[in-house]
Design a protein around this ligand. Sequence first.
Ligand SMILES: C[S@@+](CC[C@H](N)C(=O)[O-])C[C@H]1O[C@@H](n2cnc3c(N)ncnc32)[C@H](O)[C@@H]1O
Length: 261
Amino acid sequence: MATLDNVDYELHLPPKHARGELDQDEEWCEIEIDGERRRIRFHDYAEIYDVPGLYERLFADRLDCQSPRVVADLLGEALRDAGLKPERLTALDFGAGNGMVGELLAELAVGEIVGVDLLPEARDAAHRDRPGLYEAYYALDMTQLAPEQRRDLMRHDFDVMTCVAALGFGDIPPLAFAEAFNLVGSPGWVAFNIRDRFVEERCSGFGGLIARMFREGILEERTRTRYIHRVSVDGEPLEYVALVAEKHADVPLDWTHDYSD
Ligand SMILES: C[S@@+](CC[C@H](N)C(=O)[O-])C[C@H]1O[C@@H](n2cnc3c(N)ncnc32)[C@H](O)[C@@H]1O
């Protein structure tokens, strides 16, 4: 498809009558160029990233997404409380997309920021929209790391992992989260957000895995906040929890079998 650099497009949300029925992972928008409309599901991230500025226009501007800012602020506060200098830290931004979180980590003065995302379109959009922000950006599947990919990632010696707006709803699965988490050294830090109802399910899914990591001392919670991630296309607030925790040990990968999404 042709790139939409410098092309004006209008952004439409679903009409009122179609909004109420859409679950969070079914939402869509349409972009209109010269009277022609193209429908894009919010979860078709590759298509969204291909259109310069669409991710920000849609999520940050129209739907008031606060998550990158909320998670980055919470992490900044926790690092300050722990007396750590961000300049000395290397961060793995997992599910990095086109770099909104990376940009805020740079504002915190984090020394080195590395992006990882499943989609080459995310990597390409990050390079296009925020050139030079990431020290390196890998498009890869954490659940199927080739030995040389693992070696490359381990060389960064990560101190921190961020994972924003990428857990639950069929995005990053528990095994990929665990693999990424285990690339961070101990002691280390992790900052992420998740839909409130997922973290409250303390026996199954992601909530179950996280609860067990806390119980078994792999993670130690430093701070959390409940907040509005964004509004739905229907204008309803979507409540999430943002959490910052200290990492004390790796998570056994076989635990993730018990908590598949
Ligand atoms: C809503 S975007 C969030 C992007 C960025 N973190 C932000 O807050 O702006 C979710 C991102 O997670 C990525 N993602 C989904 N499944 C993934 C997986 N299994 N491994 C890595 N990234 C994944 C998507 O490609 C997408 O870029």
